[in-house]
Design a protein around this ligand. Structure first.
Ligand code: ZN
Length: 345
């Protein structure tokens, strides 16, 4: 049997190889391919100073102000897009879809923030699929890939919606700093992979108009010891929602701080380099309850009497009324005995 090159009189590339040698060579090549694939999917260790930048609500200044600053420093970022508020008519305060597509063309991530900025609740989560689909359709129309990241609108949460997000193909979803901290001041906690569900990633900070560089540093300094600081911004400056405004000058100062201090700044989809999005805690709310108890303990006055150690096999009917330190002890026991599962809701 001859090939085209043989007919032209060219030498066969491996004329001396026996059948067995060819099989061995093929086997080696196949093994090498598998090895390369495995290396490509191996997770990197989470470095200190790993920051995720996210921008919500399709605000115009994301295109006019944030975009050039992020490009100057080579930072990654996710823009969570919604057509809620006055998006469709108010092109002074909100981006056009052409501008959103330009962000995608620049290499930034376009995420889904629901068509109508729908706060997801246990009463309406059945509508989420259609809300996600509204943004998907617009993305497709403008040549943007279907988003795989989501931000909970209004930082409202409903555990019932987790299967909806999962089945829709959402890999990572960001929430606010609540319920660990109240919404009002934009304070939050760092993301702890395996303890936090990838669909309930907390914000380490949610920038507010009265923030100064110190607030920002406090948020990003949580990015250490396997924890990742996920930051939430709205307009820089903001249009319709002044309570989440960030002045342009201050935003520039924040970004320069990250640049000068050697932070790695990525989009939320790029967490897949460090985190297996298919690993979910058995109880996605456990770590939140734990942190709430920890924060309550830190804020509690010194105990006036000794509280007894309890074990997890006790009946927890009085859990809500026990003291913060005791509650913390009980939750710690629960977390130690937690199990994890791969996929699915
Ligand atoms: Zn929003």
């Amino acid at each position: 049997m001859t090939n085209r090159d043989d007919r032209k009189g060219k030498r066969h590339p491996h004329p001396a190889l026996s059948q067995r040698e060819r099989v061995n060579a093929l086997t080696f090549a196949f093994a090498l391919t598998l090895l390369t694939a495995n290396i490509a999917h191996a997770l990197e260790p989470i470095p200190d100073k790993l920051v995720v930048l996210t921008f919500d609500d399709s605000v115009k200044s994301h295109y006019t102000i944030a975009r050039p600053i992020l490009k100057k420093y080579g930072f990654g970022a996710t823009f969570f897009i919604t057509e809620g508020f006055t998006f469709t008519t108010n092109k002074t305060d909100y981006m056009t879809w052409d501008e959103i597509r330009e962000l995608h063309d620049d290499g930034f991530e376009i995420g889904n923030h629901t068509r109508d900025h729908m706060s997801v609740t246990p009463g309406n989560y059945q509508l989420l699929e259609e809300q996600l689909g509204g943004i998907d359709a617009k993305c497709e129309e403008f040549g943007i890939p279907k988003p795989t990241s989501f931000a909970w609108p209004g930082n409202s949460l409903a555990l019932e919606a987790l299967p909806v997000l999962h089945e829709h193909g959402i890999r990572f979803a960001r929430r606010g700093g609540a319920p660990e901290y109240p919404y009002d001041y934009g304070e939050g906690v760092a993301y702890q992979p395996t303890l936090d569900d990838p669909l309930l990633i907390p914000s380490a900070g949610d920038a507010r108009p009265d923030w100064q560089l110190g607030n920002f540093i406090q948020a990003v300094n949580k990015a250490k010891d396997g924890r990742i600081a996920v930051l939430q911004f709205h307009g820089v400056p903001e249009g319709e929602h002044p309570w989440v405004h960030t002045p342009e000058e201050l935003f520039e100062v924040y970004m320069r701080y990250l640049h000068l201090n050697g932070f790695t700044v990525i989009a939320i989809r790029d967490l897949s380099n460090y985190v297996d999005a298919d690993v979910h805690p058995n109880d996605p709310w456990a770590v939140i309850t734990y942190r709430q108890a920890e924060i309550a303990q830190a804020n509690a006055p010194p105990p006036t009497e000794t509280t007894s150690e309890r074990t997890t096999d006790e009946n927890d009917s009085d859990f809500r009324t026990c003291s913060p330190p005791e509650r913390l002890t009980r939750i710690r026991h629960r977390l130690r005995s937690r199990t994890r599962r791969r996929c699915c809701y």
